[in-house]
Design a protein around this ligand. Sequence first.
Ligand code: BG6
Length: 790
Amino acid sequence: MFVTVLLLLVTLCAQGGHGEEKVEAQRPGHVSVVIVGGTGDLAKKYLWQGFFELYVSQVGSGNTFSFYAGGLSPVDQATPVLFEILKAAFCLKHISEERCAVLKEQFLRLAQYRQLKTLEDYQELAKHIEKQLQEEGMAEAGRLFYLSVPAFAYADIADKINNSCRPTSGAWLRVVLEKPFGHDFRSAQVLASQLGNSLKDKEMYRIDHYLGKQVVSKILPFRIENKKFLDPIWNKYHIERMEIVLKETLDVKGRIAFYDQYGVIRDVLQNHMTEVMTLLTMQLPLNLSSSEEVAHNKLQILSSLLPLGKNQAVIGQYQAYKTEVQQELNKTKDHISVTPTFAAVLAHVDEAQYDGVPILLISGKMLDERVGYARILFKNDIFCLQNHNNIHCKPKQIVFYFGHGSLKYPAILVSKNLFKPALMDEWKEVTEHTDVSVLGLPISDYYVQTPTVQREAYAELIAHIFAGHKNSFISTENLLASWGLWTPLLNGLASSFPRIYPGGTDNEDLLDIRLKGNDISYNSEVVIISPDQMGGTSANNFQVMQGKYRSADMVSAWAEELVERLAADLQEAAEAAVREGGVFHLALSGGSTPLALFHRLVLHHFSFPWRNTHVWMVDERCVPLTELESNFHSLHDHLLQHVRIPYYNIHPMPVQLNQRLCVEEDGAALLYEKEINKLVNGSRFHFVLLGVGYDGHTASLFPGTKVDGHEESLVALTESPVKPHQRMSLTFSAINQAHQVSLLVMGKGKHELITQLSRMKDNPNKWPVTGVRPANGRLVWYIDYDALLG
Ligand code: BG6
């Protein structure tokens, strides 16, 4: 039964007051809230409290509610559990005890538990909602599903909601999802596309609870409100570095089944800390309430971050973790885990404004204190000869203090040698100080402000979801961009051993780090890896091996050393060509395998002769170059934009002519061929980098497509069995004319292919890669141990 609570229509506040967000029409009516996983930990700790606060805030708005906890347990078992949880809900300070008791009583009457397992359960729920709407004669405002369940269940539940629980026309559907949103770029993409089959983008609310923290949500408003002070100093000339730090004292006991597959980078750096980093560095939106503009500016900064390689991270693991894993995962005593519980990562934004500004992201479990903050430390060019206590001699910094730590409350602190900041809406200044220091400065050296009423992040976000404000949530594009940044690093670290630390204050200086240019390392050299941590694996054998593969030269090593070697060989070839003829012609493939090479070149080969290098494409997908799928787009993002190569030395394939893509009559292949003939001596590239696909394709020459039927042409339009089907590719004539061709093959997934190919006779139409046979040049296979040995 509904308790209908009517009265004034409360206008939901738009964030920040910078114009209105385009919010879905919000007509008052009945709202059904369904928490799937409604008796789980998160629901118990935060969600029901958040929904209770929402309910209280909506009294008198004309909206009515029913609340459902969904779960797998039978109703009779779970109902008492639910009511125990609900009884713990409390009112914020401004509501009297009597009033609170009445509201709580109403709230309890609106709630019920339902088993939600099968499609029929969801259909029953929908019927129940509709029947009640009819009986009460209420118009429906919307349905809010909060999925507080493991991510593997998302696609299935979204499908069931889509099939059976969509509200009738005019009412909204909002589905809230909790991280993890994938494990890496690929899995995030798969999950996004599965969800996309059932839900529209505007219906999905991906939560990052850090965006609901009061201090985090004020970063952009603070930057806007204090623009006149910040504009002149928010740049590389004034900022020494940015630090985003989340230190925790707890371990991960009880969560190991989840944590051991994720680790600290996936657990907090890829999401919470990346979000804070974007808020600090993104271009300020003209309209803070426009979720499109905010998401767009975030995306822009995410794509400007320099790639993260192994030299931009250090990792650690608290000592007891190993035993906890053995116990919780039922493993034997010799089982080791390399999952990091601590990480420090050094990021850089490749934009004129932030050129060279180090951005440190640090987080770990079992550290000495619980604290979270983002600090912008400014350069101080004042030299104090005598009075070091003078405020001008002290650190100049702005601290967004998320909470905990010595201060204990959330706050924004601006050191008094910078400027007096504007007071945020619904915030108050703190002037009475206890004897406490924050990041090297006594609190009295700061202007301090804190929220008037402290609110939990979840309550804040639930209010935004209800209001249909999307700018505190993660868009699909931004999610993928963030995984795009972190995935190569995670892959690079997969076989690294974390430094073992004892935990708590015993860590002493073991986790101190040192920044050197673009690189980060532990400050102390001691590498504490006990012999049992090595577990007798052969991973300490890092030698590079030379040999023969398919009667050509082969270099093999672990992935990282292999890429180092290929980068060194490439630079040597480039230098030799430049010495001889003043120019180096390099043709590069698309795909993900060469990304590690590009990162290596960007981060370690500063003397590479880019000014004399011409970059050509081995192949291209017939999509506009601005699309993520385009090989050139990826090459641009991962390599070209980070090196000093003249624009006129870059030669993307002209897949788009006359406003259309890869149409034979437009003669794009011939056009590219002519450009090669014009610039490349004898049309012989100095270096062609190729990869091999699982089906044996190389460049965009696919099996079963008459790959050697292009006669003398250097460039051809080709067909791929996978999307996008149309491609442009160098032909065997162009490839086999080159001075050197390198075939890079990496990863366990390619082991089967490498084994098969080793026995295969040349048969380019079936196995195109076997058609790579440079006539007067050298072929070298670069195969990592994973691919070679499985
Ligand atoms: C969660 C992580 O997302 O964030 C936890 O899964 C971490 O491992 C927590 O402890 C930190 O959030 P907060 O709000 O406690 O700082």
